[in-house]
Ligand binder design. Structure first.
Ligand SMILES: CC(C)(COP(=O)(O)OP(=O)(O)OC[C@H]1O[C@@H](n2cnc3c(N)ncnc32)[C@H](O)[C@@H]1O)[C@@H](O)C(=O)NCCC(=O)NCCS
Ligand SMILES: Nc1ncnc2c1ncn2[C@@H]1O[C@H](COP(=O)(O)OP(=O)(O)OP(=O)(O)O)[C@@H](O)[C@H]1O
Length: 199
């Protein structure tokens, strides 16, 4: 089983690229989705309610991710501590979900798995990967793309500031994908790499 880890800047196209690989037959592990699943678990919600109170929950008792994001992605020391707190709660759960999924896929003899995780290096998941693809997407384009998820450039900057620097992430890459010339150009690079990997 070949495991590809996708890294790059926030809102840089990691999931879009993982989706293209999934269309070709790769199994897709999306760390953001696993974190969202963890936020729906009773034991996780209990811990977050104890720590943050009711203000991050909606009337139906679900975590309101936008409310939690507002508490953890600031530059001030309190926000940093709050981010460390939720990472301490969520990362072990997400790690467990991802490991189980990887084991299941290995048992099913899945040939290619793509792990799309914003904190792949920070969480040491890269040790499980055979290849690391870095998605190179310039800031000027990403601030246009975030309009679709209604982040402001400041919100993008704050999330990026909480991750390993782009220069450091790039050093881990075994391949660099240029995502600056439009979707067809990106897709051609992915399909070329896919055919190298699978032939
Ligand atoms: C704070 C939360 C609720 C905000 O949810 P929201 O829907 O706004 O964002 P979403 O989860 O879709 O993440 C979008 C992007 O934000 C960035 N981001 C998310 N968590 C982090 C983090 N801990 N550090 C830095 N950047 C992060 C990533 O680039 C990610 O791709 C959520 O991001 C969260 O629970 N984060 C902590 C868990 C975590 O570290 N997840 C990353 C994968 S394990
Ligand atoms: N080459 C491109 N041209 C136009 N839009 C793009 C391109 N690449 C990505 N996008 C858009 O940018 C947005 C962010 O892409 P995507 O969600 O794939 O990024 P990501 O790196 O996975 O983000 P996250 O920080 O959530 O992990 C999406 O709306 C996507 O459609």
């Amino acid at each position: 089983m070949i495991v590809i880890g996708i890294i790059g800047p926030p809102a840089g196209g990691k999931s879009t690229i993982a989706g293209t690989l999934a269309e070709q037959g790769a199994a897709w592990i999306n760390a953001d989705r696993l974190a969202h699943a963890a936020l729906r678990m009773g034991r996780v919600k209990n811990k977050l309610r104890e720590h943050f109170g009711d203000s991050i929950f909606n009337a139906a008792g679900a975590v309101q991710r936008s409310a939690l994001a507002a508490k953890v992605f600031g530059d001030d020391p309190t926000s940093r501590r709050q981010l460390e707190y939720i990472e301490g709660v969520l990362h072990p759960v997400v790690g467990q979900l991802a490991t189980r999924k990887l084991q299941r896929l290995a048992a099913q003899q899945q040939s290619v798995v793509v792990i799309d995780a914003p904190l792949l290096i920070e969480a040491n998941w890269h040790f499980q990967c055979d290849e690391i693809w870095y998605v190179d997407s310039p800031w000027e384009l990403r601030i246009q793309w975030i309009a679709k998820r209604s982040w402001t450039p400041e919100q993008l900057r704050q999330r990026e500031a909480r991750q390993l620097s782009l220069a450091e992430k790039r050093r881990y890459a075994t391949r660099i994908l240029d995502n600056s010339q439009g979707p067809p150009h990106t897709r051609r690079q992915i399909l070329a790499l896919w055919s190298q990997l699978t032939n």
